[in-house]
Write a protein that binds this ligand. Sequence first.
Ligand SMILES: [Mn+2]
Length: 312
Amino acid sequence: MLDQTSPPGLPADLSDFAGHFGNVAAFPPIEPSVPEREDGQRRRFRTIWISDVHLGTKGCNAAMLIDFLDSTDSETMYLVGDIIDGWRLKKKFYWPASHNDIVWRILKRAKRGTRIVYIPGNHDEVVRPFSGMNFGDVEIRRAAFHETADGRRLMVLHGDEFDTVMLTHRWLAFVGDTAYHLMMALNGWVNSARKAFGMPYWSLSKAAKNKVKNAVEFISKYEEIVARAAGERGVDGVVCGHIHTAEHRMFTHDGRAIEYWNDGDWVEGCNALVEHFDGRMEILHWPDEIAKRAAPDSPQEADDEDHARAVA
Ligand SMILES: [Mn+2]
């Protein structure tokens, strides 16, 4: 796919990456290793945003994302960057069958009529030169504007654009690529053990992050910068990813309310942002949704109302 349409004279690493991507995106000949669930019980949304999936790394929580994709559907789906981790793939090619299954499911959705908009992030920046082009049914864009059912105009972008050098350094001082991946490996190990004992999913680095003051300050500052950028562009809000922290915050810019939404990640938090058909938006923490599904005493409706009140 990508390799056939890429312009000649690409740098070698990009050609390699495009070659790999071309293989994994070969559709429809390959069938998923985990068959798609066809139970007709999918929760339907107007819009779904997901980002920071990091396919091609061990950190990607593919099983959780496959469950999410098989449990939901939407008119539009935004892939808000860092879907494929080109940085890690260049160092070491890692691509298990479950990662193919995710690509397969996304392309299958597009075939079924979901509008798919892919906004590459910094980890899949090799796809950025293709912004403005369509690959099959997938639109690749540098950024997008989304209008909600109730007429709010939201800017959709990955968000690394606002991660300034200073902020990046503070961020890296805390996570560091190696330390981060080590932590992710440990997280997987801890959760296998917890699963074996029938305990719910738990995020190690989320717990650690919440205790580190610098990280909290970084996140807060980042949210403020992104919201201000949205305010300056005259939109009503922004949807981004990048910092792996799902959040909804309200800011004001020149007396106008600006909403900040971060759709989280599928490495640790396993979150998606959804828009209901009336324009109401909600962050779904998928491990919680799975837990709710397992507990028949907590009806979905009551919980949705609680959340609506919380975010209103
Ligand atoms: Mn990123």
